[in-house]
Design a protein around this ligand. Structure first.
Ligand code: SAM
Length: 215
């Protein structure tokens, strides 16, 4: 769900009409996500998907990490920017839904470059010694601050991190939020803004993307 989608649907349509078109495989995946899942709004979708692809194509990352695969829409968008030999590791804890991303990953031209794991991201980040050029974090909001601390040592100068949903449907403006997720997202945005190891900007794209570059 995007801000414009709710507030000014005609602007949302205008934005889509004036962006690059979505590859056919993503159209099918989006359709099947809406048919087969109970929370299809979690999908990144058209505009954010094109944004992820462009960032990935600019960076040409050897190693991408995605936290929160869901049906694999953003995974395939990010994979479009991988150079030959590059790999995207994507993590999710939902085993029941895994058949869907698996099917589309296998069909895609990136099947050999996608490392899809059913694993809790907190465990993965504790175990891995890898470093990443591009990271997309789009999972359990309550753990966003923990993800920020654990991803930091796994970045190089120039690595890019994107946290999704950092406007949290506008709830970040609440001064004393009761919801834990809102509290954590507010804390995350403050931590990032104060961290001199990064330059960042919150893009008001869909539900807000905090875009960080490690200095
Ligand atoms: C918003 S969806 C991801 C959407 C996807 N990135 C896309 O663009 O279409 C969030 C996903 O995070 C997964 N998730 C939640 N907690 C997680 C955790 N601790 N580790 C890995 N994945 C998790 C959920 O199962 C869910 O599929």
């Amino acid at each position: 769900m995007s801000y414009f989608d709710e507030q000014l649907p005609e602007m949302d349509r205008y934005l889509e009409q004036h962006a690059s078109s979505e590859p056919e495989i993503l159209k099918s995946l989006r359709k099947e996500t809406y048919q087969k899942t109970t929370q299809p709004h979690m999908i990144s979708g058209y505009q954010q998907g094109r944004f992820l692809t462009i960032i990935s194509k600019i960076l040409r990352p050897e190693k991408i990490l995605e936290i929160g695969t869901f049906t694999g829409y953003a995974t395939l968008c990010l994979a479009e920017g991988l150079p030959k030999g590059g790999v995207i590791t994507t993590l999710d804890i939902n085993e029941e839904l895994a058949y869907l991303p698996k099917k589309y990953f296998a069909e895609s031209e990136f099947s050999q470059q996608i490392d899809f794991r059913i694993q809790d991201a907190k465990d993965f980040l504790k175990e891995t010694n890898e470093t990443f050029d591009l990271v997309f974090i789009d999972a359990d909001k309550e753990n966003y601050v923990e993800y920020f601390h654990s991803i930091k040592p796994k970045l190089k100068s120039g690595s890019v991190v994107m946290f999704d949903n950092v406007l949290w449907y506008g709830k970040v403006l609440q001064e004393n939020p009761k919801q834990k997720s809102t509290q954590v997202i507010r804390q995350l945005n403050e931590l990032i803004a104060a961290d001199e190891d990064f330059e960042n900007l919150i893009l008001p794209l869909r539900d807000g993307v905090n875009l960080l570059r490690k200095i």
